[in-house]
Design a protein around this ligand. Sequence first.
Ligand SMILES: Nc1ncnc2c1ncn2[C@@H]1O[C@H](COP(=O)(O)OP(=O)(O)O)[C@@H](O)[C@H]1O
Ligand SMILES: [Mg+2]
Length: 374
Amino acid sequence: MELSAGSMLDERLRLVEPIHRGDAASVWLASDVTDGNVVAVKLISPEQLVGDPVALERFAREGVATARVASRHVVRVLRHGSSRAGIPYIVMERLLGESLAARLVREGRLAPEAVAVLVTELGRGLADIHAEGIVHRDLQPSNVVCSDEGGTHVWKLLDFGVAKVTRRASAGDASAREDLTLPGKLIGSPVYLSPEQVSARPVTPMLDLWGLAVIAYQALTGKLPFDGDAPARVFTAILQTRHAPPSTLVPELPPEVDAFFLRAFHRDPAQRFASGPELAAAFGEALAPLARARAAAAAAELATAAERSGRRPGGRAPDRAARGGRSPVIAVLCAVAVGGALGLLGLVLYRRALPVEPGAAAPGTSDATTAATR
Ligand SMILES: Nc1ncnc2c1ncn2[C@@H]1O[C@H](COP(=O)(O)OP(=O)(O)O)[C@@H](O)[C@H]1O
Ligand SMILES: [Mg+2]
């Protein structure tokens, strides 16, 4: 069946316009005629439907897996099913906003503070799906959207097309019985794959934390940590090559950020951060020296400006009345500088106080310096 704007997918959903056309699936804006709500509908592509039963089962799994996750940082699935023409679909909340992939094309890289927010929110989303026994397995910028919720921007994880349900699945759930990955066939975009995916080792939530670290590195530096001009070279890089320390790509980044990535990219999953929130807290701490340096530089700049404005054009000291007239302005500027510095410090302390998953390894216990050479 040819999908076209205006056609009814079933008795409820009228297709409005395509948002995305991928090889395996397309995403459409649709209107629910029963309540007038606008939703996003993901449909498996007709080629996959006819020729690839495994893809069909994976698509069904995407609907089931995502529907049971209730997280502010995971796209909400409203329902799933099949159209009258037999096309399986997933109905989702419609997100208003662009993907991280589109944002990176536009901006190259993001400010460190923005990356800290991204990592914190995706770390929370990962904790929520991992608590449901789901491993996403396909973290990459096109599967992350910055959703505008009435002026508040919220990062959301989507596309559970290759997710694996590792536990809590019912006996009748196909994903519990088997991994639908074909032998020797890799899933997910190669540059975001973890060493354990490349070498077909067991699937654990740790591989999503690797993916989150790749996203963080790319958002922070505008570069990929492990890359190559052919898939085999990408896989070799993932398994063996040491990534460029981020501070060599973005000089303002402190050495703490380099140390953070050594642990996040540890080839041994057990040596990585133990959960999304733990990784995010460590990332916030690694950025703290940068926040402090910026606050100090801003305060020094304000003090210099205040001193300059306190002098007369001829360079002589102003009289008492003139100084008295400016002092409230100077006081406000200094208060803003000190307030900003305290705010940044508060943010760092708040990150430190974020809850850590039970069983999390203590930060700094890994053999981080040897990580990148493994
Ligand atoms: N619920 C949604 N609301 C708005 N846009 C969406 C939604 N779901 C997906 N998209 C858009 O479609 C793109 C592809 O969606 P995705 O589920 O990743 O498809 P694929 O399986 O083809 O990779 C996303 O990058 C995003 O831009
Ligand atoms: Mg996708």
